[in-house]
Design a protein around this ligand. Structure first.
Ligand code: ZN
Length: 261
């Protein structure tokens, strides 16, 4: 009765024919049963009707072992299909992840490019508008700071430098005062675009006049030792709101990146 389970598979499972066709030739021939045995098996398996018609040994040899093989193949196929599906899924997930990373990188690159372009545009605009800041003097030594000194407040920063050392406008602005004042000696006041007013004092030479527009780095005169001065130096004061309210030039210059000395 070992062939009973096969019956259903054999007749109902014609879709498996292509699989049977792939069986090795040697397998079929070596398992051909004698006709009588075959006939008996057919009767057992399929009933009288089948036995009366000519039973075919080729049908009979598709019995126990072959069924088992077919099942094994089926199981193996199923496993392979499952494995393939899993691999495809894993592969597509990896592809998606990779694509995501590539897109993120592309986005980051685009953002960086956009930011760089915006920064460059801002710098170009600032340069066009003269809004950059430059050092008032290129070389020198800070000799005296802002604060209490010799019984009174020192409202500026002193930078020692040889007489004749060039002095420059720190940014775009207008000269609001230029001339010789008793204690300050040669003095130039510039109001910049942001409202800040700078005072340069003890100058030996003044090369701008009141009302003149200046751009960053424009020459305004030279270092000197005029007025109440003990040695050639630049006395620089910073008045952020334009009134006579000086602040310590050191942090102000430092913040602008134009600290001298
Ligand atoms: Zn001073």
């Amino acid at each position: 009765m070992s062939s009973l389970p096969y019956q259903g598979r054999h007749y109902a499972g014609r879709h498996r024919q292509s699989r049977r066709a792939r069986l090795p030739r040697a397998f079929s021939s070596s398992f051909v049963l004698p006709t009588t045995a075959a006939a008996a098996l057919v009767v057992t398996a399929t009933g009288a009707t089948m036995a009366e018609s000519a039973p075919a040994p080729l049908t009979l040899d598709l019995s126990g072992q072959q069924t088992a093989l077919a099942r094994t193949e089926q199981v193996a196929d199923d496993a392979m299909v499952t494995d393939l599906a899993q691999r495809r899924q894993a592969s597509s997930m990896q592809t998606a992840a990779l694509q995501g990373r590539v897109e993120a990188q592309q986005r980051a690159a685009r953002d960086a490019k956009r930011k760089a372009a915006a920064a460059a545009a801002a710098r170009a605009k600032a340069a066009r508008e003269g809004k950059r800041w430059v050092k008032p003097i290129r070389t020198g030594t800070r000799t005296s700071g802002f604060g209490w000194r010799w019984g009174k407040t020192h409202d500026g920063l002193d930078v020692g430098a040889p007489t004749g050392t060039p002095l420059y406008a720190m940014s775009r602005g207008t000269v609001i005062s230029a001339g010789f004042v008793s204690s300050f000696g040669g003095k130039v006041e510039i109001r910049y675009w942001d409202g800040t007013v700078s005072w340069y004092a003890h100058m030996s030479k003044i090369s701008v006049s009141e009302g003149q527009s200046v751009m960053p780095g424009d020459r305004v005169g030279s270092v000197g030792n005029t007025g109440n001065s003990f040695g050639s130096h630049l006395h620089i004061e910073i008045h952020p709101t334009g009134g006579d309210n000086p602040v310590n030039p050191y942090p102000w210059l430092q913040k602008k990146g134009i600290l001298v000395g």
